[in-house]
Structures are given as structure tokens and as C-alpha cells.
Write a protein that binds this ligand. Structure first.
Ligand SMILES: NC(=O)c1ccc[n+]([C@@H]2O[C@H](COP(=O)([O-])OP(=O)(O)OC[C@H]3O[C@@H](n4cnc5c(N)ncnc54)[C@H](O)[C@@H]3O)[C@@H](O)[C@H]2O)c1
Length: 247
């Protein structure tokens, strides 16, 4: 009997990468998982995979559109009748200088990473007023150091930290734990895309004291802990999972 039996976990950007590993961990523990993503093909496959553990459904949404998220909320309540854990994970990144960042690229990153986070919270906010649930943002050490992504990425991630802190003040008194997991250098498509050649990756790994890239499961473990009763006194925090890269 898994620890999460009967609970409903909604994870945005869960078709692949970190979000997928998080959703898989919840599914293995018996939670019903809702895979929210704008990649329909991969997202549907992911939900199908997790159905081996517990009921899992894909819901198509672009998190940069509030209407999509309002629809996700409706579907979750039609199909499952509740939400217990919300993981705000969907995000994109480009390693560009200010000179290279077009206005359009700036807006796209902010729209998905920051507006998308707010829209996700806004869609489910009222449900968390009465469920004593858990909200976990997947942010980035870049929001603290300003490295590892462009100005748009670091700004969006720092913005998520502000959002997380505000929500923790609003929802803490309702019995909801709200925290952020700040990963860095996790082996996913984002990392491959930012550091495509061997030389840049070898250089990067030297900056990580434990000398390896993180795996999506490293983030899933911490996220799962933050969704469990064992972490109930951890609240409003940014928890780095970065192999010691940041401090
Ligand atoms: N990989 C890292 O090293 C790293 C480090 C720090 C933070 N993060 C953060 O972790 C999160 C997940 O990143 P990842 O490395 O797994 O990336 P990824 O590219 O492997 O996965 C991101 C997922 O989000 C989905 N997505 C992107 N934009 C979307 C949108 N507008 N609407 C719905 N779905 C959307 C993608 O389709 C994909 O399934 C991001 O917020 C990222 O900023 C990653």
C-alpha cells in the first residue's frame, strides 16, 4: 500500500524530464496522477506508462494560457473530485545574453515560467483553501545566482520565488505547505540543449562539488518528501538540490 494511496497529484510539464520523474514517484506510491503538458504525444504516453501503478491521466494545456489551466482544473474535478498535491514545474530556458534576447523571447520565457506558475496557482487556489494540501514549485538556483540561464530565465525563477513566498503566507494558515525545490544541472533535455557539446559539459561538471549531474529522480525524491507529512514544518522555503553547485 503506497503512502499516497487515493491522493491526487497534478504535475505541470510532466510529459518528460523532471516533471515526469516527479509524477512517476507519486504514481509508484499509489497516487492518481494528472500529467499536464502541451506535448500531447509524449504526455499521453507518459500517463499510459504510469497507469501500471495507479490511475493516471494526461490533460493537454499550455501553461501560458490561463483558460487552459481553468480547463485542467475542471477536468481534474470531473474525473477525480479533488487535488492534494500541485507541482508547478513546466518551464523553458535559453542560455542567451541580454544582447541576444529578443523582446519576443523575453516575453515567451516570462509567460511560460512566471505567468504560467501564477495561472496554475490561480486555477487551483480555492481548492487549497480547504484541503490541507501541498504545493511545490520547481524553480532553479539560477533565480538566486543569476547564472545557468539568460536574464529572462533567472528573472522568471526569482519571480517564482516571490510568488511561492506570498502563497506560503496566504495558504499556510489554511494548513497547506508551500515550498520550492531549486534544481540545477539535472540531466534532461534542457541541459542537453543548453550544453550541447562534451567540452562545455566537462567544464560544467567541474563546478559541481559532488562531480556529477543530477538525475530527475534526485528532484523527485525531494519533491516527494515535501509532499509527505514528514515535511509539514518546512514551509515557504527554497530548497536547493544542486550537488553543492550554488553555495
Ligand atoms: N534540467 C535542469 O538542469 C533544471 C535546472 C533548474 C531548474 N529546472 C526546472 O525544472 C523544470 C523542468 O525542466 P526539465 O529540465 O525537466 O525540462 P524538460 O524540457 O525536460 O521538460 C519540460 C516539460 O515542460 C513542458 N512544457 C514546456 N512549456 C510548457 C507549456 N507552456 N505548457 C505546458 N507544458 C510545457 C515540456 O513539454 C516538457 O514536457 C523547469 O521549470 C526548469 O526550469 C531544470
Amino acid at each position: 500500500m503506497g503512502e499516497m494511496q487515493g491522493k491526487v497529484a497534478v504535475v505541470t510539464g510532466a510529459a518528460k524530464g523532471i516533471g515526469k520523474a516527479i509524477a512517476e514517484r507519486f504514481a509508484r506510491e499509489g497516487a492518481y496522477t494528472v500529467i499536464v503538458d502541451f506535448d500531447r504525444e509524449v504526455g499521453e504516453k507518459t500517463a499510459q506508462e504510469f497507469s501500471a501503478y495507479a490511475r493516471s491521466e494526461f490533460v493537454h494545456a499550455d501553461v501560458s494560457r490561463f483558460d487552459d489551466l481553468a480547463q485542467v482544473r475542471e477536468t481534474v474535478f470531473d474525473h477525480f473530485g479533488r487535488v492534494d498535491v500541485l507541482v508547478v514545474n513546466a518551464g523553458i530556458s535559453y542560455l542567451h545574453t541580454v544582447e541576444e534576447i529578443s523582446i519576443e523571447e523575453w516575453q515567451r520565457v516570462l509567460k511560460i515560467n512566471l505567468d504560467g506558475s501564477f495561472y496554475t496557482i490561480k486555477a487551483f487556489y480555492n481548492d487549497f483553501l480547504s484541503n490541507q494540501g501541498k504545493i511545490i514549485f520547481i524553480t532553479s538556483g539560477s533565480g538566486i545566482t543569476g547564472t545557468g540561464g539568460g536574464a529572462h530565465y533567472a528573472s522568471s525563477k526569482a519571480g517564482q520565488h516571490g510568488l511561492m513566498r506570498t502563497i506560503s503566507k496566504e495558504l499556510g494558515p489554511k494548513g497547506v505547505n508551500v515550498n520550492a525545490v531549486a534544481p540545477r544541472v539535472i540531466q534532461t533535455d534542457i541541459l542537453d540543449h543548453l550544453y550541447p557539446d562534451e567540452a562545455s559539459r566537462a567544464e560544467l561538471v567541474k563546478k559541481i562539488p559532488i562531480r556529477r549531474f543530477g538525475q530527475p529522480e534526485d528532484i523527485a525524491n525531494l519533491t516527494f518528501f515535501l509532499a509527505s507529512p514528514e515535511s509539514s514544518y518546512i514551509h515557504g522555503q527554497i530548497m536547493l538540490a544542486d550537488g553543492g553547485r550554488t553555495y
